[in-house]
Write a protein that binds this ligand. Structure first.
Ligand SMILES: [Zn+2]
Length: 453
């Protein structure tokens, strides 16, 4: 018998009406549970006139108030440390997680119970199985196991599938590369940035990864897994297929994954989430094909009701039928397109780090880069891009000139100063790469201050 390409064949190929009816049923249960277990949620729902009994169709979702990260943080201040949106006593928890807190902001603190944990692994199973991971695989997880959620759920999903799972925590990059090769790993899991970092390290060690046993990379943690040029570069360096996924600490797991057919986007796990795309300013729903903000409602959490949570991620939704895999689940074309907070305005032109990366990665000779915004004389905003060109055979001057031209062409003629950085001088990242530095001076009521990158 042929093996199914789906982790959950019935749900993944269910006709659209079936999926939508399932979502309505689950939404009703979620509202009932939040109302009964979380006084803070009960108050918000009641104020909006929402009760479980009043949920009859998916349109009723729109009566539920949107929730922001700021509200989550206010809740944590009100009832430290876990906040007001908690549906179970602390004793019921088996795990604690927090956001990586790279920007110096207070992290979101999340508890997981048994139910959460089972579900977190199950969501990763959809993604891993859907990209072709099977019990025969040996999976290396290049991740520093800590209180940051990252690949924790993936680790347990690999065990659930029956893979031989190698936890690659507390190792240096060269130790990781050697272990991948020595153990004959067939699947490697990391951020897109770190996949490239390991490929560089392998070259230094004289290892040709394209000839290794690795067949698949599972990428997560950064939007770059769906930037075509970055994906292509990763796939050629490793001689393997790279599949994108994305998750959030608030959910504890992934909500989207790329299937083995690689349609240029990620399927939404629609039997466990409702994903809306709204206009960021007006909050109005947007049709297929238009870019807007992701708003997530999750059905699997046992500790926190996640109801219409504004993610500040930009996405473009298209129907599942645009992929040939047979899944009926909608797709985020191009994965996560970026974050609301990432967008920078430079002399009247919008600059998205993702768009800059897409251009830079067309030049595989570039190892690492950094985007730097600063205030020049005359209070003029300037943008420069520092690049490391490590390939000694490459003509660095030519690459820099080409890059400068391509960046200006795609940004309404905005001049980017492209400069070469010394090899190895720019920061390297294992988790969430931070390649944009905003040192511009802004004038405020309390005088000058530096902007927050
Ligand atoms: Zn597909």
């Amino acid at each position: 018998m042929d093996e199914s390409p789906y982790w959950n064949p019935r749900h993944e190929t269910m006709p659209r009406e079936g999926t939508l009816a399932l979502q309505v049923r689950k939404l009703r249960n979620l509202v009932e549970w939040a109302d009964a277990q979380v006084p803070w949620q009960a108050k918000r729902l009641r104020n909006a006139g929402v009760t479980a009994d009043s949920i009859h169709a998916l349109d009723d979702l729109r009566r539920i108030p949107l929730m922001t990260r700021d509200e989550w943080m206010e809740g944590q201040l009100e009832e430290p440390p876990y906040g007001t949106n908690v549906a179970a006593p602390k004793d019921a928890a088996i795990r604690y997680h927090m956001t990586s807190g790279t920007t110096g902001k207070t992290p979101i603190r999340v508890l997981d119970g048994m139910k959460d944990w089972e579900w977190i692994a199950e969501m990763w199973c959809y993604g891993l199985w859907g990209f072709g991971v099977r019990p025969v695989d040996t999976v290396f997880v290049a991740f520093g196991y800590s209180t940051f959620i990252g690949f924790w759920g993936l680790h347990y999903a690999c065990e659930k599938i029956g893979c031989l799972t190698l936890p690659g925590g507390a190792l240096t990059t060269d130790q990781r590369v050697k272990q991948i090769v020595d153990m004959g790993a067939t699947v490697v899991c990391s951020t897109p940035t770190y996949a490239l970092r390991m490929a560089q390290e392998a070259k230094t060690l004289g290892i040709d990864l394209a000839r290794s046993s690795v067949q698949r990379l599972i990428l997560s943690g950064e939007p770059a897994g769906s930037i075509p040029a970055t994906k292509k570069l990763i796939e050629s360096e490793w001689g393997a297929k790279a599949g994108d996924t994305a998750g959030m600490t608030e959910l504890g797991t992934i909500m989207i994954f790329e299937c083995a057919k690689q349609p240029g986007g990620t399927h939404i796990i629609e039997d466990n989430y409702i994903e809306e795309v709204l206009d960021h300013d007006s909050g109005e729903p947007l049709p297929y094909g238009e870019m807007g903000e992701r708003v997530v409602t999750s059905f699997g959490r046992g500790f926190i009701p996640v109801l219409r949570y504004r993610t500040r991620d930009f996405v473009v939704k298209v129907p599942g039928s645009t992929c040939t895999c047979g899944r009926t689940w909608d797709i985020y074309d191009g994965g996560i397109r970026g974050r609301v907070d990432d967008m920078k305005l430079v002399r009247g032109t919008n600059v998205y780090p993702r768009a800059v990366e897409a251009i830079i990665r067309e030049h595989p000779e570039i190892d690492e880069f950094q985007i730097h915004l600063y205030t020049a004389e005359g209070r003029r905003d300037e943008i420069e891009v520092l690049v490391e060109v490590s390939d000694a055979k490459a003509d660095a001057a030519e690459i820099l000139a080409a890059l400068e031209r391509e960046l200006a062409d795609t940004h309404e003629g905005l001049r980017f100063g492209v400069k070469q950085a010394e090899a190895g001088s720019l920061p390297r990242f294992e988790l969430k790469a931070k390649r944009l530095l905003d040192d511009r001076i802004v004038i405020g009521t309390e005088g000058e201050r530096r902007t927050q990158a």
